[in-house]
Design a protein around this ligand. Sequence first.
Ligand SMILES: O=c1nc2n(C[C@H](O)[C@H](O)[C@H](O)CO)c3cc(O)ccc3cc-2c(=O)[nH]1
Ligand SMILES: C[C@H]1O[C@@H](n2cnc3c(N)ncnc32)[C@H](O)[C@@H]1O
Ligand code: SF4
Length: 327
Amino acid sequence: MEHSVVVTYSRNVFLPLTNACRNECKYCGFRSSNPVIMDFDEIKAVLNKAKGASEVLLTFGERPDVHRRIKEKLGEMGYSSFMDYLLDVCRFAITKGFLPHTNAGVLDKGELKALRRYNASMGLMLEQAVELECHSNSPGKKPEVRIRVIKDAGKLQIPFTTGILVGIGEKMEDRIYSLEVIADIHENYGHIQEVIIQNFSPKNGTPMENTPPPTAQEMLEVVKAARRILPPDVTIQIPPNLVEDIYPFVKAGARDLGGISDITPDYINPEHPWPELDRIERCLRGEFVLKERLPIYPKYIKLGWYGNEVSHLIHLLSDEEGYRCRN
Ligand SMILES: O=c1nc2n(C[C@H](O)[C@H](O)[C@H](O)CO)c3cc(O)ccc3cc-2c(=O)[nH]1
Ligand SMILES: C[C@H]1O[C@@H](n2cnc3c(N)ncnc32)[C@H](O)[C@@H]1O
Ligand code: SF4
């Protein structure tokens, strides 16, 4: 198996800290206008069940403290801002042995810097680099705003996950342009570890519930274009729960499957359960080797692009090549 091509995934646990969000993306079934926020008892209970995972995925609504109720709840928990709470969640996850990967939506440079210390990597989907109708009530989805955040993360040397959401009203040329924008950012800052090519999946009760999702053929065209446009050191990720069979996508150049959990669902696409690792291996048809990675890719471990507070855990959890060690 010495020369086999490797396909990676990360064993994670998903903490959807809050469904409060200042944006109103028309495809989103996650956000709620009657929002809740997780307290530490709930967080503790989930992490206690997640023994084999190395990554805690922190994904939630953008700037949740614009909601009065969330602000009040944070006050009751003893926090003056959501950011203070988030930093505490990261610290707590680290004490439990998990490496945080935060996708908080839009952040300013000071917030990115504060989170860097406690995160192995961070993420923000570009979605698309063009203005779209589905984002008309989402100030945080303005392309220039998202591009600014991704660049700030580069200036701070934060290993970064971004990606495009396919099928939200954009044209093929818009997808190409979005991928070119990501390629250009990486050429300048060198911090993009992976790009997710995610297909829109309609959610009941949302304005886009009747919008058809992109076909597998269309998604394959996008993955091929991504492999052509993105620099070779940028990995392409496809979500294995949103496509029928990963094999054609891997043949087209995808080499990562993102976070997979055996205890938490994909809270953004809860109707799409994670496939079993056995099933994934069967899909790879013996042509590719499945390997577990950490939320930070080997290249960035070697470069030392991680915060002080996660350095001991990264060393504890990684093998000599920078993948997940299991002993
Ligand atoms: O940075 C991101 N990571 C996302 N990830 C995380 C990603 O799969 C991994 O956590 C990263 O590859 C880091 O290891 C998701 C993981 C899930 O389980 C479900 C949905 C997502 C979506 C995103 C995302 O939009 N942005
Ligand atoms: C965390 C990421 O999840 C994606 N996201 C949000 N809603 C949907 C949906 N209906 N289908 C697929 N992906 C979605 C967005 O790209 C967001 O940035
Ligand atoms: S996709 Fe993210 S930013 Fe958009 S409404 Fe949902 S939670 Fe908010």
